[in-house]
Design a binder for this molecule. Structure first.
Ligand code: SAM
Ligand code: CA
Length: 265
């Protein structure tokens, strides 16, 4: 995987981080044609909690809040989906009217619960994770919310489960939505299989496609070991998705970045 990140020089990084003190931003954000969805750097610098405090936490279902609080005490809590992304997934699933879904990478189940709550009573989620223990930590919240019956949890690596599904022609094009939030080195392998399993017009969401911001750091920048390890896979994924005419894509700066792929072929 020899994909190279866009090089950002130190002064450019500094400039991106600084406004002019009058509330105006001298950054690429404010140049015409360079506005991202989150237009103002003030939102990041002055109150990164604003969206959460104003629009997310006050509307968060009790079961999701409880699950989020249980997860916060777990040593690997960095892995959880953020509450704003959970709210986004919940809305998205309702908007596309998804019924048959899958999730790769469950952890304690925050995004799983966001999905389960959005689905109709007879909706389903095939949920895969190599770790059942963490799933069971959040399961009481899922059951309390009355949505446990929608979930078919499979313990173990996701790839063989996908291969079994692909081997069954009846499963082709049968899924409305898939959320992929697991081992980044396998995302492109998942992608090939999911393009058979998700229906044309259906959606795949790949999580963490900004990989902690490391996608724009120079190769020699200091990075935590696991960030560096998966960074090339995330860069390769982003390039591959951008060039893949079987899908329409939209990469959103929600959470750690989520890329939506709508199957068109
Ligand atoms: N979506 C989850 C949430 O909302 O909290 C977070 C998932 S966490 C970032 C990644 C998960 O992927 C971990 O629970 C890990 O056990 C799981 N995982 C890693 N490799 C996997 C594989 N090959 N197949 C299935 N799950 C895997
Ligand atoms: Ca994630």
């Amino acid at each position: 995987m020899a994909t190279t990140a866009t090089k950002t020089t130190a002064p450019a990084q500094e400039q991106q981080a600084n406004g002019n003190g009058n509330g105006e931003q001298k950054t690429r954000h404010s140049e015409v044609g360079h506005k991202s969805l989150l237009k103002s750097d003030d939102l990041y610098q002055n109150d990164p909690q604003y969206i959460l405090d104003t629009s997310v936490y006050p509307r968060e279902p009790e079961s999701m809040k409880e699950l989020r609080e249980i997860t916060a005490k777990h040593p690997w809590n960095l892995m959880t989906t953020s509450a704003d992304e959970g709210q986004f997934l919940n809305m998205l699933i309702k908007l596309i009217g998804a019924k048959k879904t899958m999730e790769i990478g469950v952890y304690t189940g925050y995004s799983l619960l966001a999905t389960a709550l959005a689905l109709p009573e007879d909706g389903t989620i095939l949920a895969m994770d190599i770790n059942r223990e963490n799933y069971e930590l959040g399961l009481p919240c899922i059951n309390k919310a009355g949505v446990g019956h929608k979930i078919d949890f499979r313990e173990g690596p996701a790839l063989p489960v996908l291969d079994d599904l692909v081997a069954d022609k009846e499963q082709h094009g049968s899924f409305d939505f898939a959320f992929v939030d697991a081992d980044k080195d396998n995302y492109l392998s998942y992608h090939e299989r999911l393009l058979k399993l998700v229906r044309p017009g259906g959606l795949i969401g790949y999580d963490n496609t900004l990989w902690n911001g490391s996608v724009v750091l120079p190769d020699d920048a200091p990075m935590r070991k696991y960030i560096r390890f998966y960074r090339d896979f995330v860069l390769a994924l982003n390039s591959a998705l951008a060039a893949d005419d079987r899908v329409e894509i939209c990469q959103l700066p929600v959470g750690d970045g989520v890329t939506l792929c709508r199957r068109v072929k």
